[in-house]
Design a protein around this ligand. Sequence first.
Ligand SMILES: NC(=O)c1ccc[n+]([C@@H]2O[C@H](COP(=O)([O-])OP(=O)(O)OC[C@H]3O[C@@H](n4cnc5c(N)ncnc54)[C@H](O)[C@@H]3O)[C@@H](O)[C@H]2O)c1
Length: 257
Amino acid sequence: MTHRLENKIAIVIGAASGIGRGVAVRFIEEGAKVILGDVDPACAATALAIGADFVPTDVSSFADVEAIVDQAVKTYGRLDIIVQNAGIYPWQLIENTSADDWDRVMAVNLRGSFNAARAAVKVMKAQGSGRILFTSSITGPHVTSPGHGHYSATKSGINGLIRAAALEFSGYGITVNGVEPGNILTEAIQLHRSPEFIKSMEDAIPLGRLGSTRDVANAFLFLASDDASYVTGTTIVVDGGQLLPEGNDFRLAPDRP
Ligand SMILES: NC(=O)c1ccc[n+]([C@@H]2O[C@H](COP(=O)([O-])OP(=O)(O)OC[C@H]3O[C@@H](n4cnc5c(N)ncnc54)[C@H](O)[C@@H]3O)[C@@H](O)[C@H]2O)c1
């Protein structure tokens, strides 16, 4: 532990499991006090296990996000960092996606991100400092796959929001950034994806493995820390090089193990 977030107060939304849990654990290791928000009541047990607070939060509701921000200020007197990581990714071809299906993914992933920025800016503007961070994805901004139309649109939208909010909030000492994970080996992926799928992803990733939640959390840690004080309006890709190959033949290079 290097105390990079000593005395910092952070909210992580979408933290019952997976990447959000990993970010919260990493922040706590570095000295932050962390409040978890999630629509899943199981997040209470996560909070207990890692030494965080928990406020039930549906990120698609502005009132809920405002309430968790208010709770941070009430408990700790300030809010230094907010990570909006909550996201849903139902697999659905565009031709089978109803308007309601579309709106639900927009409401959680994109409106939820807007809600986090809008709720946090009030407090951070008054403080004259803050870090607003989002989990985007390589899916949408760079690549996609069939069945991820709505999801891809939300993640591209988050990157636009990051740039707009970074510019609008730049006069208040607030930075706004995001992380774009590639394929991360979360509990959900291990549970729901076949070993064949995981092997095929490993083969497609130049570094030869899926990412860990800690790989993603380390990028968030940098963006949340004082080391990133001059970084705003951008995203960090954490994908093991997955975006790099022009084709499937990259392992054929001479001397490649
Ligand atoms: N796992 C990956 O490979 C990967 C890759 C790129 C991006 N991402 C993004 O990372 C984020 C986390 O994904 P994960 O893989 O850890 O999945 P996950 O399903 O384990 O985590 C998502 C969390 O968000 C919560 N959530 C869902 N709807 C919510 C709502 N309305 N309000 C509050 N919380 C809500 C869930 O309960 C869960 O705890 C998502 O935004 C996802 O799009 C994941």
